[in-house]
Write a protein that binds this ligand. Structure first.
Ligand SMILES: N[C@@H](CCC(=O)N[C@@H](CS)C(=O)NCC(=O)O)C(=O)O
Length: 244
């Protein structure tokens, strides 16, 4: 049975491509995976075909036979349950992992995502109007990085010495701290963990989705401009007004 992943090269999209590669690294013989890129700047996520799969109109989405799934962290859990490995352990350790996965979805994604949007994308909002959300989401993102830093004290990975879907959920947002301009350089455990996670071959392959290998860690000026303009068109208030 083929798995169909509808996605785009963004932090929430990379979570799933990283998991697929980490499952392969763990020795799982995955069925055929068809990856279909959704053109977010063209508004493909609002089209009828995509909306029928994900009513929330955002990537990623997964189709597995009759099952349609939205929300990156639900997809991580679904795939990790379907293909059991240490990435989602059995027993007591399972909830150690899942609570951090949910913490990412409820806190880190929204705070870093909003900070990023006001920092890079909201060109149509006056500077003085951006000041409050920038401060609010910036402070919250830094607070969350502090929480993660304390959790990583004495641990290689979020839930101990074994890499899990909690690391996969968190890594794409934290590694983008420069792009979202959230200074986490005073969070030494997080900075070391970012390097440790990046060194994994599965993570490297997962991050290569949608980006040439030589640009994974340092985007070219052209790619930065392209992400900025895609982000600006998605975050534009004009567009929000027309969609509500
Ligand atoms: N909570 C959702 C967030 C998904 C999300 O925000 N996806 C972004 C890309 S990272 C998107 O599709 N944006 C397009 C839009 O908002 O129109 C998840 O984790 O899957």
């Amino acid at each position: 049975m083929t798995l169909e992943l509808l996605t785009a090269p963004t932090p929430n999209g990379w979570k799933v491509t990283i998991l697929l590669e980490e499952l392969r690294e763990a020795g799982v013989a995955l069925p055929e995976v068809v990856i279909r890129t959704i053109d977010l700047s063209a508004g493909e996520q609002f089209g009828e075909a995509f909306t029928a799969i994900n009513p929330n109109q955002k990537i990623p989405a997964l189709v597995d036979g009759e099952r349609r799934l939205m929300e990156s962290c639900a997809i991580l859990q679904y795939l990790a349950e379907k293909f059991p490995t240490d990435l989602l352990p059995e027993g007591a350790g399972r909830w150690d992992v899942l609570q951090w996965v949910y913490w990412q979805a409820a806190n880190v994604g929204p705070a870093f995502g909003n900070k990023l949007a006001y920092t890079r994308y909201m060109d149509d909002v006056a500077e003085e109007q951006k000041a409050h959300p920038l401060e609010r989401f910036g402070k919250e993102a830094r607070r969350l990085a502090g929480v993660l830093d304390r959790q990583l004290e004495g641990r290689d990975f979020v839930c101990g010495h074994r890499f899990s879907i909690a690391d996969i959920a968190l890594y794409p947002w934290l590694r983008g701290w420069k792009w979202s301009k959230v200074d986490i350089t005073d969070r030494p455990n997080v900075m070391a963990w970012i390097d440790r996670v990046r060194a994994r071959p599965g993570v490297g392959r997962g991050l290569a989705y949608g980006v040439p290998e030589h640009e994974i860690d340092r985007w070219s000026p052209e790619r930065r401009a392209s992400y900025a303009s895609t982000g600006a068109s998605i975050a534009s208030n004009e567009r929000l007004r027309s969609e509500v």
